[in-house]
Design a protein around this ligand. Sequence first.
Ligand SMILES: *[C@@H]1O[C@H](CO)[C@@H](O)[C@H](O)[C@H]1NC(C)=O
Ligand SMILES: [Zn+2]
Length: 302
Amino acid sequence: MSWVFFGIVNVSVVMLVTYQLLSTRFQTQEASFTKAALTGTAMSAKRNCERLEVSLPLKKQNTPMGMNYVMLGDGRWLCLECMESAVMDTYEVQPLHFEIREFFEGLNMKIEKEFHLLLVEKEALKKAEEKEKIDSQHGVVIRGICLSENQIVTSVSERPPMGQNKQPIGLVTESQMVVSECEVTAILVLYGLPRLLTGYILAHEMMHAYLRLNGYTNLNKVLEEGICQVLGHMWLESQTYASTDASKKRECAGFERKLVEFLKNKIETDGSPVYGAGFRKVNHTVASSSLQETLKEIRRWG
Ligand SMILES: *[C@@H]1O[C@H](CO)[C@@H](O)[C@H](O)[C@H]1NC(C)=O
Ligand SMILES: [Zn+2]
């Protein structure tokens, strides 16, 4: 099941808010994540960090110029300032992969099976989705997918080398057949996203994997996406108080904290009848019973 994140309209809102986030990075004032922040001042933003603006069709008249942005191989722009936290290739994402497996284990939902976790370009994600015969909703952005079919996947195997002006040159990709004995052959996640967003997507997809590996089939779509969103939200929550790397600059830690809040708020207020409503419904059940009880309920309702 693919994980769609924002509609195109929302993506541009995210882009604007991200700009605001970045522009307030060195200011003491807190960036506001309320709805009010989505309008007004943010609208005047001319240039945007597009770390979060994933696969927005390139309809920009003014492409960002200068050294503050880099263009990823698949046409996305990335803010250079925060590129430090971006997860750029399949190798780099493995620590996060282990971390999230541990997170699931800590919740008493150990994922026993091994499968590939590959970072891919957006085209590869689209292709994989077609092969899985998932009907994508028009105008939604896919950032992660949990595969069940054996198929050939082209992944980003090496962080693109930086040329002059720190522009990435070329992209080292690798094609491989993903095969598995179990219900899950691989999880694919879009490359080049900040660590927190990558982890959240991964936690969501990992929950799909958990459900499939544990015989939860033919689930109600709203409930399935809902519980996956709940797990993504829980992982983000766990990052709020996660000890930050001591070597990390102060302002960077502050930025990450804001990003956690921002992403959590997006999940909570998501207007999608599947992802948003699903999250709220499942969260309510989890809050009033437990994760394990909720899983039982979901199986029953499915
Ligand atoms: C989850 O549901 C509970 C109970 O309805 C509510 O108090 C809580 O605020 C919800 N959490 C989120 C993140 O929406
Ligand atoms: Zn999903």
